[in-house]
Design a protein around this ligand. Structure first.
Ligand code: NAD
Ligand code: IPM
Ligand code: MN
Length: 363
């Protein structure tokens, strides 16, 4: 198998965690005789610093010349006062739109070894296995018009638009139902249809798409109620289908089920080129210290093998390796609890998962 991967490590802990994802990919490439080729480019704050743009043309060209993109994170405090379209985050949003992936899959699986790291009671969290399907190219993030209202040189107001086209809802709903068919056959569609027209259209459209999937059950839940139930009854969810902003917020919330945002991975599919990124950001509070949790990035590499390369065995071997290392009591500081036997840094965690993987593949 030949796979060309564009690496965009980005800012803060991005490069630290991407190094570990690459280590895993190189290992699996050698062990299973796959030819993974990497090309590294700038995005985000480092691209503003070196090229004056958060998404240089050269970066976008390299992504389009690849089979998949693996991104670390973007964003840094020194750019926080720039207008939205000049910030590091604009680089990521422009990239997402250009690549065209509209379905952002964010699996949240409870790790038994992390029961003591989770703020939830073990009996509440145990067995939780959720796939959040987040619409990624519409809604408040991209709709026009948007902007500031300036009077006499002073900003007196600001506005954004929340718009969804029917086809945007339909295409992501199909992804959610198809995923549910392979899982526990339940879709929870999350909206705010008691207030928003976009949510009413969302609900009607999802209900119509559901008719093509009679084996999958559909429920609708308001986003405020969903936010509560995610932490009181996470086991009741299978696939959560929701719009862009709600999906952003609910996925960070769902991260607490296993104790840290650092563990969550994502895959963005449906466009010209698939994009893989951990759910977390650049974590400026811990960047440069070698303590970031690389599991989200490593698990994103596993998703890349599953969805883009169709290497299901290799993907699940990586997931098993992650689980084994956690079961053995290793934890990065964000996961540390009374059950931790050994606190390790980013590179050690990557190395341990690599070693576990080598043993699994060898068997
Ligand atoms: P964040 O996700 O960077 O961090 C939130 C908290 O989680 C922090 O305390 C951080 O230390 C911790 N954390 C995150 N990832 C971790 C990991 N792998 N290991 C251990 N701890 C981890 O969110 P934030 O602080 O709200 O945002 C920081 C910057 O990141 C902002 O500029 C924001 O716009 C950007 N951001 C980027 C992405 C992305 O590139 N996909 C996602 C979210 C936020
Ligand atoms: C995420 C991030 C991004 C988003 C930001 C950095 C643009 O929070 O991937 O979850 O809001 O989509
Ligand atoms: Mn987010």
């Amino acid at each position: 198998m030949k796979l060309k991967v564009a690496l965009l490590p980005g800012d803060g802990i991005g490069p630290e965690v991407i190094d570990e994802a690459v280590r895993i990919l190189k290992t699996i490439g050698e062990l299973c005789d796959h030819d993974f080729e990497f090309i590294e480019k700038l995005i985000g704050g480092v691209a503003i610093r070196d090229c004056g743009s958060p998404l240089p043309v050269e970066t976008l060209d390299a992504c389009f010349a690849s089979d998949a993109v693996l991104l670390g994170a973007v964003g840094a405090p020194r750019y926080d006062d720039l207008p939205p379209d000049k910030r590091p985050e604009a680089g990521l949003l422009t990239l997402r739109r250009a690549l065209g992936g509209y379905a952002n899959l964010r699996p949240v699986v409870f790790y038994d070894a992390l029961a003591p790291s989770s703020p939830l009671r073990p009996e509440t969290a145990r067995g939780a296995d959720i796939l959040i399907v987040r619409e990624l190219l519409g809604g408040l993030y991209f709709s026009e018009p948007r902007g500031f209202v300036v009077e006499a040189g002073k900003q007196i107001a600001a506005y954004n638009t929340l718009r969804y086209e029917t086809y945007e809802i339909e295409r992501v709903a199909h992804i959610a139902f198809q995923a549910a068919r392979q899982r526990r056959r339940k879709v929870t569609s999350v909206d705010k249809a008691n207030v928003l027209e976009t949510s009413q259209l969302w609900r009607e459209t999802v209900t119509r798409v559901a008719a093509s999937y009679p084996e999958v059950s559909l429920e609708h839940l308001y986003v405020d109620a969903c936010a509560m139930r995610l932490v009181t009854h996470p086991q009741r969810f299978d696939v959560i289908l929701t719009e862009n902003l709600f999906g952003d917020i609910l996925s960070d919330e769902a991260a607490v089920i296993n104790g840290s945002l650092g563990t969550l991975a994502s895959a963005t599919i449906g466009g010209a080129i698939d994009l893989y990124e951990p759910v977390h950001g650049s974590a400026p509070d811990i960047a440069g210290r070698g303590i970031a949790n690389p599991i989200g990035a490593i698990a994103s590499a596993a998703l890349m093998l599953r969805y883009t390369a169709h290497l299901e065995q290799e993907a699940s071997d990586i997931e098993t390796a992650i689980r084994q290392v956690l079961d053995a009591g290793y934890a990065t500081p964000d996961l540390q609890s009374e059950a931790t036997r050994c606190v390790v840094g980013t590179a050690e965690m990557g190395q341990l998962i690599t070693e576990a993987l080598a043993e699994i593949v060898d068997r």
